[in-house]
Design a protein around this ligand. Structure first.
Ligand code: HEM
Length: 453
């Protein structure tokens, strides 16, 4: 399918021939800048950045075209090159036949049945971590959630194959990876790996640490007994010809799951706890729901379906603070958007941040209102007015995994604690690949709900 011919002139946008000024504006404050561009120029904005044409695409119908209907003539945007340094040719970073084969093999690890089985590990690991929380103690909510989701993903992926020291090393390496990916000059200007800036040297060290640990685990598992964790499913996965994944592919896929699977979910949880602390009435309603379903016991996969308010709180959190705040594509053929011509090689930005806060779809868009997601109120929303997990063939493969994990963990936290933001703490976003918090993270006080905690 080729796009219909363009009938309009190119869309308007901020000036700049090479786009150096635009990249400075972008790096200084992506979120307000993108919102202002959409407000000023409309649903399709054209701008130059670093010599390339970029298009900000903000109408849900166009986003559906880019991600779903015309997916065949789109590939990942140029930014993916930066992530390849860590993820090689994993699912997130590959294209064409490699991607197709890996997606099919990997899907075997994300069936509803497998996800329900992972739920047991999610709850077991979280129970151990939450038992360390104390009444009246202060905690850094971003760091706590990051540690929690890292331990969960390590356990679900590898079970007992990963030592506590390895988990610590991986966490340290992931921090360095995030620092590199958070708009560092080395990443933005694509410095080769051998250029010996301190950050480049640190990043090479982090990749070497991740390789050592992941290859070590794969080698042990190839020669040892079969296990029922996610890595076990990937090791056993076969395509139609009966072929499995090579060690190199497994390494890239495992790394992808670590990077894509832990920080996103941790941000969703941290922001949900922040919003609940700012909206105590909703926090109390959620506590009442969790108490009536769970009482004092641990949740199971089935319970996740019986917690509609928890689900709406998470949906509304990811509307306001989408962990993936922009999803990019590059055109591989001449294209058109709303009648405007779009050249081959253009970078299309579909920003969850911009669309999720658009008053045309969300009345009073800045208000935290989980009840927007009641079936009666949500039924008239255009399909791609909400797309925290992307859409189309490359929709997040961990979508249901993430919702299961976030629902169970949120329920366990709310069941045991009320979380209160410490005075003076403010949410200040510093978007990198994900929508991170500036600095260390928000500090909160945890109040136990009962003497048992
Ligand atoms: C709240 C949590 C999460 C959010 C918001 C999220 C968001 C996204 C988005 C927007 C994409 C699409 C990117 C694109 O089309 O360019 C994506 C892809 C992906 N996600 Fe997630 N994700 C989350 C959790 C997870 C988890 C838990 C896993 C794995 C355990 C995971 C693994 C992946 C992978 C492998 C891809 C690439 C899929 C492909 O290209 O075929 N994600 N995610």
């Amino acid at each position: 399918m080729t796009a219909p011919p363009a009938t309009h002139p190119p869309p308007t946008g901020p000036h700049g021939t090479f786009g150096a000024r635009n990249i400075v504006r972008f790096v200084r404050g992506q979120l307000p800048w993108l919102t202002a561009l959409a407000d000023e120029h409309g649903d399709v904005v054209r701008l130059k950045m670093l010599g390339k044409w970029w298009f900000l695409v903000s109408h849900p119908d166009d986003i559906e075209r880019v991600l779903v209907k015309d997916a065949r003539i789109m590939q990942r945007d140029a930014g993916v090159e930066i992530v390849r340094r860590f993820l090689g040719q994993g699912l997130l970073t590959s294209e064409g036949d490699v991607w197709k084969r890996q997606r099919k093999l990997k899907s075997q690890a994300f069936t509803p049945k497998r996800i329900a089985e992972y739920a047991t590990a999610m709850v077991r690991v979280s129970d151990v971590v939450l038992r360390r929380w104390r009444d009246g103690a202060t905690a850094n909510v971003h760091q706590e959630m990051s540690q929690l989701t890292m331990e969960v993903v390590a356990d679900v992926l590898f079970g007992a194959s990963m030592s506590a020291a390895d988990v610590d090393d991986v966490r340290g390496a992931m921090e360095i990876a995030n620092e590199y990916l958070s708009g560092s000059p080395e990443a933005m200007l694509r410095f080769p790996r051998w250029v010996p800036t301190p950050r480049n040297v640190r990043t090479n060290g982090a990749v070497a640490t991740l390789d050592r640990i992941v290859h070590g685990i794969i080698a042990r598992r190839r020669t040892g007994e079969a296990r029922d964790d996610l890595l076990g499913t990937l090791l056993a996965a076969r395509d139609d010809d009966g072929a499995g994944m090579s060690d190199g592919q497994l390494r890239d896929e495992v790394m992808t799951l670590f990077l894509a699977g832990h920080e996103t979910t941790s941000l969703a949880l941290a922001h949900a706890l922040y919003l609940l602390s700012e909206n105590p009435d909703i926090a109390e309603r959620l506590h009442a729901e969790v108490s009536s379903v769970l009482g004092d016991r641990l949740p199971t996969a089935e319970d996740a379906r019986a917690l509609p308010l928890a689900d709406r709180v998470l949906k509304e959190t990811m509307r306001l603070y989408p962990p993936a705040w922009a999803t990019g594509r590059e055109t591989t053929e001449p294209y058109e958007l709303r009648g405007h011509p779009v050249p081959v090689g253009a970078q299309l930005i579909c920003s969850q941040w911009v669309v999720h806060r658009d008053a045309r779809w969300y009345p009073d868009p800045l208000r935290f209102d989980p009840d927007r997601w009641s079936p009666e109120r949500a039924k008239d929303l255009p399909r791609f007015a909400y797309f925290p997990f992307g859409g189309g063939p490359r929709v997040c493969i961990g979508n249901h995994f993430a919702m299961m994990e976030a629902t169970l963990l949120l329920a366990m936290i709310v069941q045991r604690f009320r979380v209160e933001l410490l005075p003076g703490e403010r949410l200040e976003l510093a978007p990198a690949v994900t929508l991170r918090q500036k600095g260390d993270g928000l500090r909160v006080r945890t109040h136990a709900r009962s003497a048992a905690h």
